[in-house]
Design a protein. Sequence first.
Length: 231
Amino acid sequence: MSTSHQPASTFTRTPLSSEDNSIIQALRAGDECAFESLVTRYHSAMVRLAMIYVGNRETAKDVVQEAWLGVLQGLGRFEGRAALKTWIFSILIHRAKTRGQRENRTIPFSAWSDADPLEPTVDPERFLPSDHPQWARHWSTFPRNWDAIPEEQLLSAETVQVIRQAIDRLEPSQREVITLRDLEGWSSAEVCNVLQIKETNQRVLLHRARAKVRRALESFFDERDLSRPSR
């Protein structure tokens, strides 16, 4: 079965940073402070990522604990073929997918496969028909001007909830990418390495995920505007 997720052995090899090397040496020496520092740095992000694959936050926390145990058990085998963060999150993703399958939340491999080239990024209904006499395939309804929306509205709890719900509805592969890129602030290279996908695929998945979240926000603001009494 074809899938964009390659075996973990195909990490893009990058030189281990001096910081990562120091942390690894400290962990192997049993330095508890080094481990606590690592947990503080990554634990919250790991819980958020685990929730993509399992049913709830409590289960996600259990998976993260399993992942940390896997990290400690695997220190002796860590070869430095990937950054320490990449290695840790790869262990997490493997554990989370396994738990999700065990709890009958199995998602077919096709859900993580290469982005469907036929899936439109923008709803075709947003464009005028190809036989329009003057503006064929132009916008029928222009996208909302986000600059015109006050910042406090974009950052409101209600808006944040709309964004979270939109992300929750994304296909798994799109949700993985947008979570790591936009919520966790990972670089494109880091995401490609930990998810074992090509840069072009990562870019398409991110673009489509962002477009869907943007559409959800547009619908939210449009409905809110319609519900307001006219002056």
